[in-house]
Design a protein around this ligand. Structure first.
Ligand code: ADP
Ligand code: ADP
Length: 228
């Protein structure tokens, strides 16, 4: 089964701008894919539709078999709990420690303090941040901040992780490290969709690549095609 499917989705914003035009694709359970293309191609709109920040004008978005057009406003938070999101600017709470930032999604879900602590420690260990747990975001390097953003997005083991230019502010070495961390997620049951315009980095990752141009899918390249 696919975890995320777009069926002939068109998205027209107020003012008439067509961001996606008859766009279809499916992301399998345990799959990782990149979406690339020029600025304005519609990449971010895919992510916004997938976490219900926007609604399609035509067509359907299906998440784990559920048609998102049937998800009402009051059910949107429940949907978002199954989808982790990583932003380029990480959007961490400045006044909260690393541990508090990462634990927040678990607190929201009503987990007890000791369970929160255990899971936060686990995920920070995996992200190589075990010794930074009491730090404030401003005390971290850019790469560390982004790893905290990822830790927060995956701490509740979402079925799908969406990342919008997660390495946009990082140098190539740090960017490759961040992508490598994301590439570990499918094996742990989280499918991954990454928006990026960094073609050199995407090539290096050897994953599926969706190429968008003016709201249309113009190429869908599988890792086998990149074999040599
Ligand atoms: P990308 O992520 O590939 O840069 P976007 O999905 O952000 O592309 O945008 C696709 C098109 O839709 C662009 O022309 C953009 O200006 C337009 N757009 C995006 N968001 C909005 C919005 N909230 N209101 C109006 N137009 C928008
Ligand atoms: P990016 O290309 O990195 O996604 P943008 O500068 O296109 O960033 O968009 C930044 C924000 O502004 C997004 O939330 C997008 O939805 C919104 N936006 C983009 N284009 C427009 C537009 N023409 N009118 C209104 N909002 C827009």
């Amino acid at each position: 089964m696919s975890v995320l499917r777009f069926d002939s989705v068109t998205k027209t914003y107020a003012g008439g701008r067509v961001a996606l035009s008859d766009f279809s694709f499916a992301l399998g359970e345990g799959e990782m894919a990149f979406a690339t293309g020029h600025s304005g191609a519609g990449k971010s709109t895919i992510l916004k539709l997938a976490h219900l920040a926007e609604r399609p004008t035509h067509g359907e978005v299906i998440f784990a078999g559920r048609n998102l057009s049937r998800v009402r406003g009051s059910q949107v938070p429940a949907h978002r709990r199954e989808v982790g999101v990583v932003f380029q600017d990480h959007r961490l709470l400045a006044e909260s420690s690393v541990a508090e930032n990462v634990g927040l999604p678990l607190v929201v879900r009503g987990l007890g303090a000791s369970q929160v602590r255990q899971r936060v420690n686990e995920v920070l260990q995996r992200m190589g941040l075990a010794d930074r747990l009491a730090a404030l975001p401003a005390e971290l390097s850019a790469g560390e901040q982004q790893r905290v953003g990822i830790a927060r997005a995956i701490v509740a083991a979402p079925r799908l992780l969406l990342a919008d230019e997660p390495t946009g502010n990082l140098d190539p070495t740090l960017a490759a490290e961040i992508m490598a961390l994301l590439a570990e997620l499918p094996a742990r049951g989280t499918s991954v969709l990454v928006v990026s315009h960094d073609l050199a980095l995407i090539k290096q990752m050897r994953q599926r690549v969706l190429v968008l141009d003016k709201g249309q899918l113009v190429d869908d390249i599988c890792p086998q095609d990149l074999a040599q």
